[in-house]
Design a protein around this ligand. Structure first.
Ligand code: AMO
Length: 417
């Protein structure tokens, strides 16, 4: 039988009489090494007996004739080489003893070796790949926008300041203003990039650093935007279900791609909440409790359309028919794990109205110099959306909190590692 070479971390070593069983976590999966005294060379047996958890080893051997191991393919080692030793780990990586979340984060570089954590990030990788694939097929151009910027895009209070030589700069809250500028040149643009919000929110769905799938398109309608987002999410769900079967199995998630979507107006959302006993008034935005209650009413994703203008950022277009409303659309994941996945809508491209909206919201038009000037130069009507990558994963993978979807989560309390 052909000799094989496998490398990986020792997950477990168990000695039963003359046999040493080693579970090896390779980068791709799990294999079992079975070293029986008298069957494998003496030095291999000795080496096998002395291995510790998280040693990184390379093994040459042949597949066992009778594959009895339940963890994965079984190999009889002919040579074991230790490439890196390990001290006893401060957290258990076998899944037997679950460490508290702060401890897991303290040792995140070890935590991410656990198969159930790796599965989340294999799926996150698929999500990026298939989002790109979908948007490229739809004719979108992928661009990269600045992260260090000079002014607020989503309201002034949530900015992380950065010292930029002798000037004040900020970390981007979103790619909003830049994606709007690019749409006039390219027609259909997107980016997948980080956003930073200095919000002291300690909830299951807030991070201070998160990633958005930011999309913007010229000459688009609200219907087009909802349809595009639904097809994007459906494509990602379908591809993940197809290509990440073993990851989903590790996580115990059976992924059902959404079949259809519903849309409700803001007023209808208020009525649902009132029926559920919430005291809600016209003009309010929905908090976490309201959001949870709304999501539990739907199985599939749904959209809430037409929000009060006072609750929408200045760049959204206010309805010409009824200026109490703005053309903002939020996409929500349905069900128990549902949250707001995206915000988006049609944008204001009339600089005069934009200035008014900024003033209404207490912003100084002077600090949006280039952005406002841009609209004097033939920017076509356009719209788009920003979808939170971690939020989508939260719902898709039934995660207990958003932090699980970030390799190294950033919150008001977590900055290290
Ligand atoms: P918004 O601020 O609603 O809109 O953000 C868009 C989406 O990003 C995700 N998100 C977050 N995820 C984790 N932690 C946070 N603190 C957080 N804040 C937002 C959510 C949300 O729906 N420029 C607009 C988008 C647009 O109109 O194109 C924007 O940033 O999933």
């Amino acid at each position: 039988m052909t000799r094989q070479k496998v490398c990986g971390h020792v997950a477990r070593v168990r000695r039963v009489g003359r046999i040493v069983f080693i579970v090896l976590r390779t980068f791709e999966g799990v294999v079992q090494l079975t070293a029986k005294r008298g069957v494998v060379p003496d030095d291999v047996w000795r080496n096998a007996s002395n291995l510790g958890a998280e040693y990184f080893i390379c093994v040459e051997g042949k597949p066992a004739e009778r594959q009895v191991a339940r963890v994965g393919p079984e190999i009889i080692p002919g040579k074991i080489e230790v490439l890196a030793e390990s001290k006893p780990t401060p957290i258990d990586l076998t899944g037997k003893v679950e460490a508290e979340f702060p401890t897991r984060i303290k040792y995140r570089y070890l935590d991410i070796r656990r198969p159930e954590v790796k599965a989340i990030f294999n799926i996150r990788s698929s999500l990026s790949k298939h989002t790109r694939e979908f948007l490229y097929n739809e004719g979108f151009v992928e661009l990269h926008f600045p992260i260090i910027i000079a002014s607020a895009t989503e309201g002034g209070a949530e900015l992380f300041p950065v010292k930029y030589f002798d000037r004040q700069a900020y970390l981007a809250q979103s790619a909003q203003l830049y994606k709007q500028s690019a749409v006039a040149a390219f027609g259909k643009v997107f980016t997948i990039g980080p956003s930073f919000r200095a919000e002291k929110s300690r909830t299951r769905k807030h991070l201070t650093e998160f990633w958005q799938i930011d999309v913007e398109q010229a000459l688009v309608s609200k219907e087009d935007l909802m349809d595009l987002q639904f097809r994007l999410v459906k494509h990602v769900y379908e591809k993940v279900a197809e290509e990440n079967e073993s990851d989903l199995e590790i996580l115990g998630v059976s992924l059902e791609p959404p079949k259809s979507y519903e849309k409700i107006g803001y007023e209808e959302a208020l009525n649902i909440l009132r029926r559920k006993g919430f005291q809600v008034e016209w003009g309010m935005d929905f908090g976490s409790d309201e959001e949870k209650a709304l999501c539990s009413e739907f199985e599939d994703p749904f959209f809430i359309t037409e929000f009060p203008a006072s609750q929408t950022a200045f760049y959204y277009m206010v309805s010409r028919e009824d200026p109490r409303y703005a053309h903002r659309i939020d996409m929500m994941g349905g069900g128990e794990y549902g949250v707001e996945w995206s915000s988006g809508g049609l944008r204001e491209h009339d600089p005069r109205r934009l200035r008014e909206r900024m003033r209404e919201q207490g912003l100084r038009p002077e600090s949006f110099g280039w952005y406002l000037e841009m609209f004097d130069y033939g920017v076509p009507p356009h719209g788009g959306f920003g979808m939170g990558v971690e939020r989508l994963l939260l719902t898709m993978l039934h995660l207990s909190k958003i932090h699980e979807a970030a390799l190294y989560p950033r919150t008001p309390d977590i900055l290290v590692p």
